[in-house]
Design a protein. Structure first.
Length: 239
């Protein structure tokens, strides 16, 4: 029997993942799940939280639309729930008031790099620069020491994971992608955010008008199902 090459094994694994996704009705884009082992250390991103608890983490990747971000924060607060906002440094630099509002309403800030680069294609030093620059801006404006990093577009490589870990960060991906950056349809956002609302799901969204329009119904659905909306840090905790 011929042994599969590394490339062949990865290709086969990708096909299996897609087939399984289709069978269980996943409506999201699944990023490539790659784990790196180097020097006895394992580097892996987080795709899902604690599955023993009825909770999900809503995440918002932010590089635009401060007015919509503020409205999302208001809706979360009115519903007594929290979320995690992964902010881009170049956006954060101009939106100190919104950053502090996010925190004051009980939400969590995460790092989304500074210039929304492809972290899989940039050097280890550039990965460090992007994460560190964003960290320093947010800390200066809010006093917050972020510990979670969401690579833009879900793109990461070994350098990304190693650099993030060295800087004290956990790299966060997603379980469910609402694809709201592409599909400007609040009904689709709602169905994608709720169809696979399993324990520990990390739900990816962005500050779009149609996402804001769907948010009340999404939160009402979770409440009816007895699912708590929490920050990513709380969702991935094992206690």
């Amino acid at each position: 029997m011929k042994r599969l090459s590394l490339r062949g094994a990865r290709a086969l694994a990708s096909v299996v993942m897609l087939v399984l996704a289709a069978l269980v009705g996943v409506v999201c884009f699944l990023p490539e799940r790659v784990i790196y082992i180097s020097g006895g250390e394992t580097y892996a991103p987080v795709y899902v939280g604690n599955t023993t608890k009825a909770q999900v983490a809503l995440t918002f990747n932010v590089y635009e639309n401060a007015d919509i971000v503020n409205a999302i924060v208001d809706k979360l607060y009115a519903n007594g729930v929290t979320a995690t906002f992964f902010v881009g440094g170049c956006w954060a630099d101009d939106n100190a008031e919104t950053l502090n509002k996010i925190i004051s309403c009980g939400n969590e800030l995460g790092n989304h790099g500074y210039f929304h680069l492809d972290h899989k294609k940039i050097s280890e030093q550039k990965n460090k620069d992007e994460i560190t620059h964003c960290h320093e801006i947010v800390k200066a404006l809010t006093g917050c020491e972020m510990k979670l990093f969401a690579p833009p577009s879900g793109a990461y490589g070994e350098a990304t994971l190693k650099t993030a870990a060295t800087l004290g960060y956990k790299t966060i991906m997603w379980t469910v992608d609402t694809i709201d950056w592409r599909d400007a349809d609040s009904r689709l956002v709602f169905s994608r955010a709720t169809q696979k609302a399993d324990n520990g799901a990390i739900v990816l969204m962005h500050p779009k008008a149609h996402t804001l329009a769907a948010l009340d119904d999404i939160l009402a659905f979770y409440k009816e199902k007895g699912i708590a909306c929490v920050t990513v840090s709380k969702c991935i905790a094992n206690d």
